[in-house]
Structure formats: structure tokens, C-alpha cells
Design a protein around this ligand. Sequence first.
Ligand code: HEM
Length: 403
Amino acid sequence: MTETIPQKPDVMSEDFARDPHKYYKIMRDHYPVLLHEESGYYFVSRFEDVARVYKDSEGFSNENYGFQMEPVIGRTVIQMSGREHVVHRQLVAPTLRGSYLNELLPQVDDIATKMIDNLNPGESVDLVENFTRWFPINVIVRMLDLPEEDMPKFHDWYSSLMAFLGNLTQDPDIHAWGMRTQKEFPAYMLPLIAERRKNPGTDFISRLFDAEVDGEKYTDEQIKSLIGLLLIAGGETTDKAIASTLKHLLQRPDQLEAVKKDPSLATHALVENLRYHPPVQIILRTATQDIEVAGTVIPANSVVAVVNGAANRDDRRYPDPDRFDIFRDDISLKGAFGGSAEHIAFALGRHFCVGSLLAKRESETAITQLLEKFPNIRFADGYEPEDEGMFTRGPKDLRVNLT
Ligand code: HEM
């Protein structure tokens, strides 16, 4: 019998947005490199191919961020390549992965405690709006050692940056909001950074002044841009990691019970969620030359969309990949937050997420503290969780009864 080949999925359709996993499977099995004609993007979906694109930084560059992010926040590590990337990565990595991180972690717990203190038993709330969306931003404000009164400013700048980057329909109000942030954010940050240079403390900004690689040091402008990047890269991603891990646990009461009994299993739940539902579903690269992937030649300068969400459910790599199970044999905690991770949630290769250890602690503390304070937490009556987003994806909201 001849196999009927399913129709090529329309990656920009509403059906696709509703249930991408249905189409990711068709892509992996029949269109491992799928050209979306309208945008000209090549979508790569099998685990092996996605991993290869990430690891081949000569063949696939990050220059796309030069168009996406640089106009909004300035030039940052995420768009760099070669020596420039190595230098900038080494300038920032010791703070986010070294001794400063150890000093920061207890403060992360403390911020979560304070935010969860504002939630009361008996309430029915949207946990995204009341906790997960702002928690990672509040952590960044604490890293900068800024007064709590300034948090709303950061919430507004963060929201406007995210809306601006996702403004595919060119809504003029969103555009104007983003442009305002482009003025307000540097006007706030640059004098603050200059003042810290004169009177350094022990905060993230002051630590960056000491960083030096091959005689290169950060300028004030570069520090300001890096902080803009942290808001974008560390905000929505962590928000979605926490919210979607909680959602998947709430949908599986036995696994939820297990995490309540043994809070160390929160890390298993997080790691399984990073595989099953990575917050960053799609990342863009640019082919630097004509380059073959899974039998298709991708022409030089084409945009390549690597689909983490599809790679992580490739049955060539994971048995029974559509099952969310914190007790899976193939969950490996060792290396799950470093370059040898078994899943592709933080990318792979040179640009592997430099904030993954911070994200780990934020997620662990958020989940364990919530479950400790509200052991009988459940979805609000009649509520059906729904995911949204194509490039980043997670629960639109998370309505729960706090008991
Ligand atoms: C679960 C949460 C997170 C996820 C899923 C995530 C995911 C990613 C991914 C996929 C990349 C690679 C981007 C690319 O190569 O195109 C990345 C890079 C990056 N992430 Fe994260 N991230 C998370 C949390 C954070 C946090 C908390 C921070 C810092 C506050 C952060 C800061 C960064 C930075 C600075 C880069 C650029 C690294 C480089 O270019 O060398 N991320 N992240």
C-alpha cells in the first residue's frame, strides 16, 4: 500500500497556532525542512537537524537579531559571532553562572516569597498576571539593586519591548509605546550606570565593571543594552516555563501529589516541561552559505526557523514523546541546564542560554513555594487552559483556586 503524504502544513494558519504539535509531527515525518513561501523561512523540525543547526555557527549565524532586537535595545551578545561573541559571552557569564549567582539565589527565593505572600487562600486568581509574568522581572530589578518603587517602570518597559518585538501587524499604538521606551529606558539607565561607576556596590552592574577579557571592558552603553536583553531573554521565557510546568502538573494530579510530597521533584517537572513544552518554540538563524539540511539545500542568506518544540518531541530521539511524565527514564538532571542538555530548550552550542541556572532556581522556588502555601491548588471552576504564541508559547493565563 502506498502511504498518503499529508498536506504541507501552513505554519502561519490559525489551526497551526491552536495545536502546533499535530503539525510538528507532519513536518518531522514528511517535511523535515519546510519552506514557508510567503515569509521565505525554512522550518527545521527533527531533533538531529535542529541540534546540528545550533552547533554549526559557521553555517548558521545569529545575525537575525540585528534586525529584530538591535533597533530596540542596541547591539548585544545574542546577535554576535566569532571573537566578538566569545569576548562578550566571557564578560557576562561569570556573573550569571559564577559566584554572583550564588549570592543572588537566596534573594530569588525571597522575591518569590514576597510575591506569594500577596496571594491569599480562598482566592481565585490568574497566576500569570498575579505572579509568573512579573516575578522574573522583579528578580532583574533586584539584581540591579534598584528601589522597589521603580518596579512598575520596568514592568512597563518590559511589556512595551515584548509588544514591540511581537508587533507583526504594525499596530501604531504599540509602535509608539516601544519608541517611548527606547527613549525612557536609556534616559533612566545611563545616568544610573555612570553613578555606579563612581560609587560601585555589589550589584550586577557593579560586577560588570570588573569584567575584562583580552583588554576589553564593558562601556556604559553596552551595559544598558545587556540589561535590555536580560529583560527580553529572561522575562517571558521564565514566566512561561513556570506557568506551563504548573499547568501540566495541575492536569496530572498524581504527578502534582508526588511533587508536593517530595519538592525536589520540582526540578524533574521543570526539566520534563522544558522538553515537552519549551517556552521558546522557534529560534531564527540565517544560512551564511548554500547549505544542505535533511536533503534540502537552503540557499545562502535564507532565514532558518529551528523548531525546538518539534525537536523535543521527535520519536527518533524520545520514546513516547507526547507523554508528559516527570518519572520518565530518560530525564537527565545532570547537565539539563548546561550545553550537554538532553532537551533543546536553551538552544545548543555557543549561544546556549547563559541565564539557564538563574531560570532553574526561579522556576524551582516558584513551584515549590506555591505548592507549599497552597497544597490544594486546582484549576478555577470551568477553566480550560489555553496556550498562545508561535515563537514563544505558554499558557495565555492560569486561573486557579488557591486553597
Ligand atoms: C526557562 C527560561 C529560559 C529559556 C527557555 C531560555 C532560552 C534561551 C534560548 C533558546 C537562548 C538561545 C538564543 C539563540 O541562540 O538564538 C537563550 C539565550 C540567552 N538567554 Fe535565555 N532562556 C531562559 C532564561 C533566561 C534568563 C533567566 C536569562 C537572564 C536573566 C537569560 C538570558 C539569556 C541570554 C543573555 C542569552 C544570550 C546568550 C548568548 O547569545 O550567548 N535567559 N535563552
